[in-house]
Write a protein that binds this ligand. Structure first.
Ligand code: ADP
Ligand code: MG
Length: 460
């Protein structure tokens, strides 16, 4: 009995590990992870401050260049580079240790993005960094990874080699991957993939691009999506901020919402299913848009307030979180959604609800006006067309959205009063079906009337 082994083996195989970490992230999102690292580098160079919607940030001198074709992927930046010590001590380890240094106001948090991305991309990897050493002299090094070689030595060390390399002219990181995986090759050979990648970059890094950051995809400069709100005396976006707390640390929250475009007048059948429009809520964590144009329960549609409906198109809202430590933000590891369990996120949600509801009410009133004859319709049009686009950065603080009220104008129409009784259980079930468990009986009546009207009598 005494010579019975005292341990059972647990360590993962390298192959299992690589398969696991690359499984639940898309190729597109892994490329964004590499961009995040470059952005974090630039941010660190700029002295690491809250990203948010501050106007006084200039990222013009930073450039990130991405090349993606069927034979090669590369990303190179001039954002400061990775120090030799960072490379040796933690940049290549899988996952962050408790005591690893974190860059303030960064988007990197889990210590997995770079490794996951290069494994996802291909088998022959080279990561070069040019940095300044302690004496301020240029220093270059490279970490080459041959994934197949590394995997075949099952019981060998997990560490990668580090070799000296000629420094580049500017400090920065260059990652090159060849021997692309089959699916990566297919994606990069498809012009639609590259186009979509550029589109996502334009949207998700809009705040950085608007601050001057240069990102090129296959030689083409990506322009940032300009976020504007249509404004006038009658239409003004809401904008306020407050400081919340996560783990005793302050998390600043900024909320902006308003009419980005005039709502649609008719709802053509083919418009109903369209998902690619820019409307809905955006959630931003330390400058990076992690959830875009959300129309789902995450930002409250069909959960705490009515389900998204094409009638609400035109509205854009931003919920912007900034924190010194990215771990305090509601980030998921793929940065493609938010962690709904996060306290800061849950506490901010009712604010979104109030704003969404204001917009919903407006679109309802506007619909009534549009149905009340040409004259009323003209009145709506006139007001909406008298607005001018105002940049998100220039929006002034305002506790609530300002929208035309219209109520006086429609009072002229003769009203029908409908009253009926139904079992409470059925009313509640219908409220749930309408997307909000807590709707008042009056609202259930009005909304179900609208629903039936649209289906059976309405053509707009
Ligand atoms: N382009 C880059 N510029 C500077 N440092 C980088 C760059 N890419 C990666 N690094 C370093 O590598 C580390 C690990 O990156 P990553 O695996 O994405 O995890 P995380 O971003 O969560 O720390 C980063 O924290 C950073 O120190
Ligand atoms: Mg990262």
């Amino acid at each position: 009995m005494n010579d019975m082994p005292k341990k059972v083996k647990v360590s993962p195989t390298k192959a299992f590990f690589v398969r696991m970490i690359t499984r639940d992230i898309t190729l597109e999102d892994s490329i964004l992870d590499l961009i995040d690292n470059s952005v974090d580098g630039a941010w660190k160079n700029e002295g690491s401050r809250p990203a948010g919607l501050a106007e006084n940030v200039d990222l013009k001198k930073y450039q990130i260049e991405i090349t993606a074709n069927e034979t090669e992927f590369s990303i190179s930046d001039n954002c400061g580079g990775m120090s030799l010590e960072d490379a040796v001590e933690y940049a290549f380890s899988f996952g962050r240790r408790e005591d690893d240094p974190t860059d303030e106001f960064s988007i990197g948090v889990y210590g997995i993005g770079m490794k996951r991305a290069v494994f996802k991309l291909g088998e022959n990897i080279s990561i070069h960094s040019t940095t300044n050493d302690q004496n301020g002299d240029r220093l270059g090094f490279r970490v080459p990874i041959d994934v197949n070689d590394w995997l075949t030595i099952h019981d060998g060390p997990w560490d990668f080699d580090l070799v000296p390399d000629n420094p580049e002219e500017q400090t920065g990181v260059r990652i090159a991957v060849t021997n692309l995986t089959r699916s990566t090759k297919v994606a990069f050979g498809n012009p639609a993939f590259i186009q979509q990648l550029a589109r996502v970059i334009s949207r998700d890094y809009a705040l950085h691009l608007n601050q001057g950051l240069n990102i090129l995809v296959n030689g083409k400069k990506v322009t940032g999506w300009e976020i504007t709100f249509k404004s006038s005396d009658e239409f003004e976006p809401v904008r306020f901020d407050f400081v919340d707390e996560a783990d005793g640390q302050p998390v600043s929250v900024e909320i902006i919402g308003g009419m980005a475009e005039v709502p649609p007048d008719g709802l053509e059948p083919d418009e109903r299913g369209r998902k690619q429009d820019p409307y809905g809520w955006y959630i931003v964590c330390n400058g990076r848009i992690v959830l875009a144009a959300d129309k789902t329960e995450i930002s409250g549609w069909g959960d705490a307030w009515p389900k998204w409906h094409p009638q609400y198109a035109g509205f854009i809202g931003l919920l912007v979180f900034s924190a010194k430590s990215a771990a305090d933000l509601p980030l998921t590891t793929t940065k493609r959604s938010v962690d709904r369990a996060s306290g800061v996120f849950r506490r901010s949600r009712p604010h979104l609800g109030k704003i969404s509801q204001t917009w919903i009410d407006y679109t309802n009133k506007r619909k009534t006006m549009n149905r009340a004859g040409d004259e009323k319709q003209e009145e709506v049009k006139k007001l909406e067309n008298a607005t001018v686009p105002v940049s998100v950065y220039a929006v002034q603080p305002k506790a609530a959205m300002i929208l035309p009220k219209f109520s006086r104008e429609v009072r002229g129409e003769k009203q029908a009063n409908i009253a009926y009784s139904v079992p409470v259980s059925k009313a509640r079930a219908l409220a749930r079906g309408l997307g909000n468990q807590n709707l008042s009986y009056r609202e259930i009546g009005l909304q179900s009337f609208e629903y039936a009207f649209e289906d059976l009598a309405g053509d707009d």
